[in-house]
Design a protein around this ligand. Structure first.
Ligand code: S3P
Length: 161
């Protein structure tokens, strides 16, 4: 059974949708940021501060290799930069959650922003968003409008579950 891999910009709702898909399908849910945090023993923000973005991308690369070789039938929520720096296609069916930048900003609280080192500055985050949109699109097997209700997103993915 193929994995379902959720990609998209920070704050577009990947983790929330992954949990809901896991709940309705009974499949296990993996969150790349959470697994990297657990393995390294520090938060993503702390990891960036200590070792830099390049090292974090290497940890993400290891996650992709592990999923490709060892994980089947899971729902996988990826960090927003994973699919911008590496091909995520080997992990499974790739679903891009597309959401407007303004909407993302409105959803993220101060504590959500503090957890995300690449969202410190809104202008820089918008540049990153603009640069990544075509990359997300190119990696996606399916693109969903992430502004829809979660129930609509789940039913759009129902044929894959
Ligand atoms: C990042 C997104 C974050 C996290 C890290 C870098 C990015 O995950 O992996 O802060 O480069 O877009 P979320 O998409 O879950 O915020």
């Amino acid at each position: 059974m193929q994995n379902i891999v959720l990609i998209g910009f920070m704050g577009c709702g990947k983790s929330t949708l992954a949990r809901e898909l896991g709940r309705v399908s009974g499949r296990f849910v993996l969150d790349s940021d959470m697994l990297i945090e657990q393995r390294e023993g520090i938060s993503v923000a702390e990891y960036f501060a200590r070792y830099g973005e390049g090292a974090f991308r290497e940890r993400e690369r290891e996650f992709i290799d592990w999923v490709e070789s060892s994980v089947h039938g899971a729902i996988i929520s990826t960090g927003g930069g994973m699919s911008a720096h590496n091909s995520v296609k080997p992990m499974g069916i790739v679903v891009y959650l597309d959401m407007a930048f303004e909407r993302i900003c409105a959803r993220l609280s101060q504590s959500d922003l503090a957890k995300r080192p690449l969202f410190g500055d809104r202008t820089k985050a918008l540049e990153l968003f603009t640069k990544r949109q075509a990359i997300y699109q190119a990696q996606a097997d399916i693109t969903l409008n992430a502004e829809l209700e979660i129930a609509a997103l789940v039913s759009a993915l129902d044929p894959l579950l």
